[in-house]
Design a protein around this ligand. Structure first.
Ligand code: NAD
Ligand code: DAU
Length: 345
């Protein structure tokens, strides 16, 4: 299959591409992957190091909103399938600059859909998030028919994109699908998200800014488990369907517990934890019912959170130059704008 992977230089996209070429026995030799990525602050070619010489791989720098470029790629590469990972992905940044999220997540998705329809691309998978369902109370899990109640500009823009992808099916009969996943973790995650931020701050003996009471719950999924789910949906998912993907019930953790686990593994003191003012509109709890993808496609998570966290912490210890390079320039500007006053309070 010739697959266009947008956002392939980001965290999940690059892990997916690596997984296809290096890890998934069934995929070996059977796919060509063209990565399209604008290399925003979150995109990093180093995430794809080592793949350049692969005959079945090509990287193209460009924006998913560039209709001419996207149409030309579909034509030149005879693309069969699209996986749209490209997005502005960080909730805190969507509080500071919501328009950037509308531009890429909504406009960009529609540009891709238009070009995919024109080129009669066989399958289109929109990579989405459990955040489109909003926040849960202490009990229950999101199913595919839970109401859409996004809380942030990030999740609202992702919801819009999901609905546009599904409109492609209802209006034009395209084979579009949407996958909604919970919080991912693993190697190559940009150190603005909870787990890599806290690992790298702790390694540098810097404070860990824990929002509110630290008791918000997230359902953690190792990125390799997500990659396996994505390939299954791409190949076997039904047109016009939504598939939830999430961590096992044992991987539903309060942020404070994740924080303690990171500090424990690194042998760092709990005095590094700095409770700070809460995120605006902070969703309290996410938990995902993944029984549909389990029943239809036989998927369930395989990596236990404790094992996945341990290997992830080790990866950041062994790849310090990767994250040290990121944590400068634009990163410092964002860090000061978002955390400066919180940390000084
Ligand atoms: P990321 O921020 O690490 O990567 C996003 C990538 O998209 C970057 O490489 C960036 O350069 C690229 N990009 C941004 N705007 C672009 C544009 N206009 N044109 C082309 N490329 C552009 O994000 P991630 O964490 O890897 O998330 C990937 C996808 O998965 C997103 O759609 C996100 O909403 C979704 N998702 C993420 C998680 C998570 O826990 N990280 C969970 C569920 C769903
Ligand atoms: O649920 C899926 C979503 O998970 C994805 O769609 C998003 O792209 C991804 O960023 C993630 O969103 P969250 O907001 O849940 O992830 P984040 O890592 O930013 O935060 C996880 C939890 O940790 C959340 O409750 C906020 C808290 N937190 C986060 C940061 C960055 C802190 O307490 N302090 C922090 O500095």
């Amino acid at each position: 299959m010739k697959i266009l992977v947008t956002g392939g230089a980001g965290f999940i996209g690059s892990n997916f591409v690596r997984w296809v070429f290096e890890r998934d026995g069934a995929s070996l030799g059977s796919h060509r992957i063209v990565v399209l990525d604008a290399l925003t602050y979150a995109g990093n070619l180093a995430n794809l190091d080592g793949l350049e010489g692969n005959y079945d791989y090509r990287f193209v720098r460009g924006d998913i909103r560039d209709a001419d470029l996207v149409s030309k790629l579909f034509k030149d590469e005879k693309i069969d399938a699209v996986i749209n990972f490209a997005a502005e992905s960080h909730v805190d940044r969507s509080i500071l600059d919501p328009l950037a999220f509308v531009r890429t997540n909504i406009e960009g998705t529609q540009v891709l859909l238009n070009a995919a329809r024109e080129a009669e691309v066989e399958r289109y998978l929109q990579i989405s998030t459990d955040e489109v369902y909003g926040s849960l109370g202490p009990t229950g899990r999101f199913t595919e028919s839970s109401p859409l109640k996004p809380s942030s500009a990030y999740s609202a823009s992702k919801t819009g994109a999901d609905l546009l992808a599904l409109a492609g099916y209802h209006t034009h009969g395209m084979h579009t699908m949407v996958s909604r996943c919970s919080n991912n973790y693993g190697p190559f995650q940009f150190p603005e998200k909870l787990i890599p931020l806290f690992i790298t701050n702790a390694m540098a003996d810097k404070p860990l800014p824990l929002y509110g009471d630290g008791k918000n719950v997230r359902s953690w999924l190792h990125v390799d488990d997500h990659s396996r789910a994505i390939m299954l949906i791409l190949q076997k998912g039904r047109a016009g369907e939504v598939y939830n993907i999430g961590g096992a019930p044992e991987s539903e953790k309060e942020n404070v517990d994740v924080t303690h686990a990171i500090l424990h593994q690194l042998g760092k003191p709990e005095t590094l934890i700095k409770p700070v003012e809460d995120r605006l509109g902070h969703d309290r709890r996410y938990a995902v019912d993944y029984s549909k993808i389990k029943a239809e496609l036989g998927w369930e998570p395989q990596v236990a959170f404790e094992d996945g966290l341990e290997s992830t912490v080790r990866w950041y210890q062994q790849n310090e130059s990767w994250w040290q390079q990121i944590k400068s320039g634009e990163y410092e500007t964002f860090y000061e704008a978002y955390y400066g006053d919180r940390l000084r309070a």
